[in-house]
Structure formats: C-alpha cells, structure tokens
Design a protein around this ligand. Structure first.
Ligand SMILES: Cc1cc2nc3c(=O)[nH]c(=O)nc-3n(C[C@H](O)[C@H](O)[C@H](O)COP(=O)(O)O)c2cc1C
Length: 185
C-alpha cells in the first residue's frame, strides 16, 4: 500500500541554493531557495517570489550568484531563508557572510560557501521563473580533489527535505553514473 499525499513539492533531493545579489546601493543580500535547478547546460532556473528583496535585486542588477549550502553553514543558510533584507537591511552581515565581488557578474560571491555559479539574468519567463545564464562556476581550491574537480566530501553540500522540513547532508558515493546501469542493459 502507498499513502497519497496529494500535490506537494516533495522532491528528493531538493537543493539548498543560496542566491547572492546586490541592491541598487551595492548592499549584498543572500536568500535560501529550494525551488531551482539546471534547465540547460549553461542555464539555471529559479522560482522566486516577486516580493523578495533578492528578486527585486536580480531585476535591477541583472545578475546573481548561486552558492551551495554546506553542512558547516546550515544555520546561516537557514537564517537567510527566514529573514528578508526588506526587513533586516543588515541581513548578509548578520548571517556572518562576507561578500566578494564576482569577477564575472554584478553580484557577490559568499566567501564562506566554497562553490558557486555566477549568472547573468537571461529572462523572466511567462510564469515568472527566473532564467539565468551560467557565466562561470567557481570552487575554492580547498574543496578540490586530486583530479582538480570539486570533491563533495570536502565541503558536504546539504539538501532540503521538504516533507520533513529538515536539511540532509549529502554523503556516500553509491554508484557510477552512466556506467552501473550498463550491467543490466
Ligand atoms: C529551505 C528554504 C527554501 C526556500 N525556498 C524558496 C524558494 O525556492 N523560492 C522562494 O521564493 N523563497 C524560498 N524560501 C524563502 C526565502 O528564502 C525567504 O523568504 C527569504 O527571507 C527571502 O529573502 P530576501 O527578501 O532577503 O530576498 C525558502 C526558505 C527556506 C528556509
């Protein structure tokens, strides 16, 4: 027997994306977004409420960064998801984040979060979804493996469990993509 939950956004895994933006005066903001993902090889989609300071910032500055929340900063990343810069102008600083201007786009990277996309606003589609062009991906050298690629074991990205309202740490490697399935082809 299966239990039916109706129409709920219960997806596993859901990301914990931290969107970095500047407002019109250059004040940085960060917000937590679970409703987003890759929609082309160089494009990312975000579903952001119009009222958020972040959304207003993206529309004004035409750029944003997308960092991945990690285990070490789960509390700070949740904070930027429950407090708005519309009400707390000092939000970014209060979260304990340090803004570093992206070399590629008009938006801040977050020094404490070691991996991020740097994006230009491509368009807002007819449903209000924000589509960004990924201009660059950057990762702090400290999280790179011997092969020079990001090593999730070195920064432990977290995901959002929408059904239980919790954050989960990404963990073990359990298989080889595009390869393990060939065994039963
Ligand atoms: C786990 C989590 C996921 C969230 N996902 C989204 C999302 O996908 N879209 C959205 O509009 N708001 C989302 N929020 C809410 C915003 O992060 C929150 O309203 C934030 O205060 C907006 O900040 P700002 O006004 O400074 O931009 C999420 C919050 C949490 C805690």
């Amino acid at each position: 027997m299966r239990k039916n939950f109706g129409a709920k956004p219960y997806m596993y895994p859901m990301p914990v994306l931290i969107i970095g933006t500047y407002d019109e005066s250059g004040v940085p903001d960060a917000m937590n977004a679970a409703w987003g993902g890759i929609c082309e090889a160089d494009e990312i989609m975000l579903c952001l409420s119009e009222s958020h300071k972040t959304t207003q910032n993206i529309l004004k500055r035409k750029a944003f960064t997308v960092s991945f929340a990690d285990r070490a900063h789960a509390v700070e990343c949740d904070y930027v998801g429950v407090v708005s810069a519309n009400k707390e102008p000092n939000k970014f600083q209060k979260a304990g984040f340090t803004a570093v201007k992206s070399e590629f786009v008009d938006a801040p990277l977050i020094e404490q979060l070691p991996m991020a996309f740097e994006c230009e606003l491509k368009k807002v589609n007819e449903d209000g979804l924000i589509i960004g062009k990924i201009v660059n991906v950057c990762a702090d050298e400290r999280i790179l493996g011997k092969d020079g690629k990001p090593d999730p074991a070195k920064f432990t990205p977290i995901c959002f469990d929408a059904a239980n309202g919790t954050y989960l740490a990404l963990g073990d490697i359990v298989g080889k993509a595009f390869s393990d399935g060939l065994k039963i082809k």
